[in-house]
Design a protein around this ligand. Sequence first.
Ligand code: FES
Length: 161
Amino acid sequence: MKTTSNIAGKTKEIVKKHGKDKSSMIAVLQDIQEAFNYLPKQALKTAASAMNVPFSRVYEAATFYTAFSLKPRGENIVKICVGTACHVRGAATLQDKFERTLGIKPGETTKDKKFSLETVNCVGACALGPVVLINTEYHGQVTMKKVDKIIEKINNEGAQR
Ligand code: FES
């Protein structure tokens, strides 16, 4: 369980590492997300006071970039590419399969906090479509069978980082 003081302490460490300059803001937010898998409000508040900037400024940066999440996410982030090339190769069917298997819709997290489901627009690997990213790992030419295998592997081995 991440307590408020853990969050504040870790965030202060991150700010210390990158420095208080405003140009470090994105790097600080990236590290906070890396540490907690999302951007807890407490961390944003701590970062704002540690960097001596208004909270609204940090919040604005956190909401501007889609790579940042303000909601707690699962240990594994499943990103289904729904860009045009992947779409014509069956991304919608894959999305449906992930939704049914995990019991969640994009933007949601499973109750056991193991998976979060998201959709993205083109991850730059169109030739491999349909593409699914599990955290930072690319899976190309994903079939229904592969979906089962991916989920089974994570369930057996834990987080895929
Ligand atoms: S459309 Fe999916 S990788 Fe480009």
